[in-house]
Write a protein that binds this ligand. Structure first.
Ligand code: GDP
Length: 512
């Protein structure tokens, strides 16, 4: 079950597995990924902060002393995972199905099992939260059996490991199990060819431009090459590993960040590398015509992906009870528009370390609930760069956080139709500039409006008004029944008989 349909080839060498974590909400997927990242990634010296780019690599030491690399997909929610899967661009080789020992099989557990079965993806079950009162592993195994998943000690083939993502219990065993499962897959790839892989995540970085996290599944990507992902092209110039270190080259199965795409490639899109820009553009142009992976839905999907914003937050509280309440409040705001990434959460006063973590993550928010603050930190915070507030009432903290998060949502732009007019005559045309005369059928024409050009009930183009006149005098507005003259800028040639639909654009603040 090799992911990449590679031709027999003597350059093939073993490829590290790519692992995805699935399961019901709140069963501990994020906690498990965080624990694995914290304990196994050799992080940057400056405070040990990894940027959230949707995937990371870890090095696992197995019991027999071998070192094994694993790439974890850390995509917000499991939608991204099924999108990647449904597109046939197979990103993961092995999965971990997380089931909370105190809750058991839930709707999204069943859904995940369906996805895993459909994709024929090998997986291990992580029975999580075994530290909790009410944890009952045998009950979980029984419920899994009812779903057709027989774990090994019930005579089946699926490995199950009891873990506590909170305390770390059993996580090493789980990782070892994953390594064994992956070894059975005999994953191989060729380091000598141009890189190929799949887009894991993409976003507009405010300061740098269109960026994408790519998972290299085969070949080697080098600085100076070009990548085409669907209809998007980027030079391989700003090229980093998941820790933000600059790279000269990278190979499978590494997640890397490339910045400089001409448009955002949606998650799940396959990418290929090329030696020249021309070749990359040619490949991208073909995708434009065929509609790529998304076919007709391309536009809609792109909008959904682009609009997902990841907001790093740091939570501090006086006690573990209030911290849990604060975490719960913060999690409430996770939605299709926005994903909260909890960089740190802990009890005790806001520390210099918290401040540094916040400062190095882009536009992080620190919410504190009755956690103290020493004078030095107060001074640091007053310099700006970090959004911070302390609260005594939990719902006030929640309201404030909501407000801060809503500020991050880009405004929605809505077209409001203001009027329609029939074109009676084209007087003059020079390039895109056209002088036309018409009559308002409905509503208004306003001097600063834009319009769609409708011919035989089909839209043939758009344009904007440069000047509005009535009786040869400059005017601000013409109303229903009025005749008018217009100087417009439109790429499509306007003719007598066309109908113009005038509109204004309103920016609407998005809410959570
Ligand atoms: P996700 O929605 O599956 O990503 O779940 P999270 O990782 O966000 O976990 C949901 C909640 O369960 C959080 O409050 C975690 O702190 C808590 N949690 C996760 N794993 C464990 C665990 O092993 N033990 C305990 N006691 N709590 C856990």
């Amino acid at each position: 079950m090799n992911a990449m349909n590679i031709e027999p080839n003597k350059n093939l060498i073993a490829r590290p597995p790519v692992v995805v974590v699935v399961g019901h909400i709140d069963h501990g997927k994020t906690k498990l990924l965080d624990y694995i990242r914290k304990t196994n990634v050799m992080e940057k010296e400056s405070g040990g902060i990894t940027q959230h780019i949707g995937a990371y690599e870890v090095m696992i030491k197995t019991k027999d002393g071998n070192e094994e690399k694993i790439t974890f997909l850390d995509t917000p929610g499991h939608e991204a995972f099924s999108q990647i899967r449904s597109r046939g661009a197979k990103a993961a080789d092995v999965a971990i199905l997380v089931v909370a020992a105190d809750e058991g099989v839930k709707p999204q557990t069943e859904e995940s099992i369906g996805v895993l079965k459909n994709a024929d993806l090998p997986f291990a079950v992580a029975i999580n939260k075994i530290d909790k009162e009410g944890a009952n592993s045998e009950k979980i195994k029984k419920e899994l059996a009812e779903q057709g998943i027989l774990v090994e000690d019930w005579g089946g083939k699926t490995p199950a490991v009891e873990i506590s993502a909170k305390q770390g219990t059993g996580v090493e065993d789980l990782l070892e199990t994953i390594v064994l499962l992956a070894q059975l897959e005999e994953l191989k790839a060729d380091p000598k060819i141009l890189a190929k892989g799949v887009v894991i995540e993409s976003s507009l970085e405010p300061k740098r431009g269109n960026a994408a996290t790519l998972l290299i599944q085969d070949g080697t990507l080098k600085v100076g090459e070009f990548v085409a992902a669907g209809s998007a092209v980027s030079p391989v110039r700003i090229f980093e590993d998941f820790l933000g270190n600059s790279l000269k080259e990278a190979s499978f199965s590494s997640p890397i960040r490339v910045v400089g795409f001409d448009c955002l490639p949606p998650a799940g899109t396959a990418f290929s590398a090329f030696y020249s820009k021309k070749e990359a553009e040619k490949a991208a142009a073909k995708e434009k015509i065929s509609g790529g992976f998304f076919g007709e839905n391309k536009k809609i999907k792109e909008v959904q992906i682009v609009s997902l914003i990841i907001v790093p937050v740091i939570l501090k509280a006086d006690t573990s009870g209030s911290l849990e309440a604060l975490e719960k409040e913060a999690k409430k705001f996770d939605s299709e528009k926005l994903k909260i990434k909890i960089l740190k959460s802990g009890t005790g006063p806001v520390s210099e370390d918290d401040f540094k973590t916040a400062l190095s993550a882009q536009e992080a928010i620190i919410v504190s609930f009755r956690a103290g603050l020493d004078v030095k930190i107060r001074e640091l915070l007053s310099r700006g760069g970090v959004v911070f507030k302390n609260f005594d009432v939990i719902y006030e903290a929640s309201d404030w956080l909501k407000e801060q998060l809503e500020k991050k949502l880009p405004p929605e732009i809505k077209r409001m139709e203001i009027g329609k007019a029939k074109i009676l005559k084209l007087f003059k045309k020079s390039g895109q500039k056209q002088v036309i005369g018409g009559k308002v059928l409905d509503g208004f024409v306003k001097a600063e409006a834009r319009f769609e050009i409708i011919r035989n009930e089909h839209k043939i183009g758009e344009g904007r008004i440069m000047e509005l006149q009535q009786a040869k005098i400059k005017a601000k507005e013409a109303a229903k029944g009025d005749e008018f003259g217009l100087l417009v800028d439109a790429a499509a040639g306007i003719e007598a008989g066309d109908v113009l639909h005038f509109f204004e654009e309103k920016t609407i603040k998005q809410t959570l």
